[in-house]
Write a protein of this length. Sequence first.
Length: 139
Amino acid sequence: MDKLAIDCSDPRIEQLVHEMLIRVADKWTLLVIYVLEDGELRFSRIQERVHGISQKMLTKTLRQLERDGLVARRVYAEVPPRVDYRLTELGDSLAHAMCGLWEWAAEHLDDVNSARKAFASSPRAASLSAINEEEAQSE
């Protein structure tokens, strides 16, 4: 695989990569981005399509995406108030970049599940459980 000519020593780029990984690795962000790929949607339509997300979490997720320039919010002066959200060009480019992860997951689902099953029956699985328990207790 060819690497792009990127200055990996630039701490600003490293920080942004770190921040974006945290952003998209949360429980809801990728699902909201995925739903908004269909176009502009009202808050309630997004909530319907992202099963299980609370109003509070959707509000927080949309505000974070808006802050990062990934989502645009449009408020209409109507009664009742209407607010629509859409991906910006920046958000759309992130959606396309993350598409590779979805494709990889679809292609390798069985391979990863087989590896996990094999690991679970190995002696090393117990040591991983102990590490996970220690981490959970320290949080």
